[in-house]
Design a protein around this ligand. Structure first.
Ligand code: NAD
Ligand code: TYD
Length: 353
């Protein structure tokens, strides 16, 4: 069995769904079910014996020890995190707790579990840490893309806590020999992304007839990767990655935010036209995010060279699928947009007008 942390979140749940579509190896999903965790995403697997769910906090060492001893996973895939930059600006403490203390707790529990394994299982064991390109900081429009050797320069509390967790993972390999792998991926999009993030937020607001809040001048660049491609990269790295290595994962899809929002509007105009005008008319410029990184871009050549991985989707195919998915699954969005979410929208957007 494999252990997935954060398997009720956006990428973790997509990973679990994809994994069990192509493998009969069971999954133990450990998730605290914060506002970002939704078991409804895994509804199709509700009665599937291959998926075991345990509600637990990765900071709870005793709970993690018990689950490792009981289920004896051959690998840990660590997705659980606080993941939204704007929330990290309003409240960084949860980020330090889950991303730093939680990753440390998981590493310690994993090390104690791993050290007692028989030699063959010890050799085969893996701890795969899912991280972000935001640890590398911000690029100018002419800088080369982030490579695995780019120095860390995290700018937001989110990025700083992810960088800290990457360093701990590295240290556990260097010091104790724990067989770790780290992936640093660019911005993901696709089904089941919580509506606080750019693309699902724009779709939801557009359909609700609300403003589409573009931060600053809308010229910030992100490198977008369809979530299914991130999941396939993680499967490759788990299967064949070299222990101790880090791999950058990206889609070769650098886009300005404004262009992403316009693309979403154009797709909605086509698929769900308004009675008059275009969804583009709802675009509004709002106060910028403090410390807003200008550009992220990933050089994913190492992953291609070493493991032959390339993304299957272009931005154009991935975004069309995504917009269609949100149109077909508005019930899922309504289900996750709780009272807590409405409070967050008020906190984040009220002072930006
Ligand atoms: P998400 O916020 O959608 O989901 C996070 C999940 O972790 C939720 O299910 C939540 O309940 C769970 N969780 C949070 N704190 C926990 C705790 N203390 N114990 C147990 N579970 C806890 O995040 P996501 O977008 O799916 O991101 C998953 C991982 O991928 C994160 O580590 C993130 O840093 C990384 N990443 C995300 C992106 C992106 O664009 N979303 C890009 C690159 C890397
Ligand atoms: P986001 O999805 O929060 O991801 P990240 O900050 O991790 O890259 O945001 C993507 C980009 O979109 C980022 O440059 C901030 C911008 N953005 C907006 O312009 N308006 C919004 O309402 C949100 C949520 C993000």
């Amino acid at each position: 069995m494999i252990l997935v942390t954060g398997g009720a979140g956006f990428i973790g749940a997509n990973f679990v769904l994809d994994w069990l579509e192509s493998s009969d190896e069971s999954v133990l999903n450990i998730d605290k079910l914060t506002y970002a965790g939704n078991l409804g995403t895994l509804k199709a697997l509700e009665h599937d014996a291959r998926l075991v769910f345990e509600r637990a906090d990765i900071c709870d060492r005793a709970a993690i020890d018990t689950l490792l001893a009981k289920h004896q996973p051959r690998a840990i895939l660590h997705f659980a995190a606080e993941s939204h930059v704007d929330r990290s600006i309003h409240g960084p403490a949860d980020f330090v707790q889950t991303n730093v203390v939680g990753t440390f707790t998981l590493l310690e529990a994993a090390r104690m579990h791993w050290i007692k394994l028989p030699e063959e299982q010890k050799q085969a064991f893996r701890f795969l840490h899912v991280s972000t390109d935001e640890v590398f900081g911000s690029l100018s429009s002419t800088d080369p893309q982030f490579a695995e050797t780019t120095p860390y320069a995290p700018n937001s509390p989110y990025a700083a806590t992810k960088a800290a967790s990457d360093h701990l993972v590295r240290a556990y390999h260097h010091t104790y020999g724990l067989p770790v792998l780290t992936t640093n991926c660019s911005n993901n999009y696709g089904p089941y992304q919580f509506p606080e993030k750019l693309i699902p937020l724009m779709i939801a607001n557009a359909l609700a007839g609300e403003p589409l809040p573009v931060y600053g001048d809308g010229q910030n660049v992100r490198d977008w990767l369809y979530v299914g491609d991130h999941c396939s990269a993680i499967r490759e790295v788990l299967a064949r990655g070299d222990v101790g290595e880090t791999y950058n994962v990206g889609g070769w899809n650098e886009k300005k935010n404004l262009d992403v929002v316009r693309t979403v509007c154009d797709l909605l105009d086509e698929l769900r036209p308004k009675s008059s005008g275009s969804y583009r008319d709802q675009i509004t410029y709002v106060k910028d995010r403090p410390g807003h990184d200008r550009r992220y871009a990933i050089d994913a050549r190492k992953l291609e060279r070493a493991l032959g991985w390339t993304p299957a989707e272009t931005f154009e195919t991935g975004i069309a699928k995504t917009v269609q998915w949100y149109l077909d699954n508005q019930q899922w969005v309504d289900g996750v947009a709780s009272g807590e979410y409405r409070k967050w929208v008020e906190t984040n957007y009220a002072q930006r007008a």
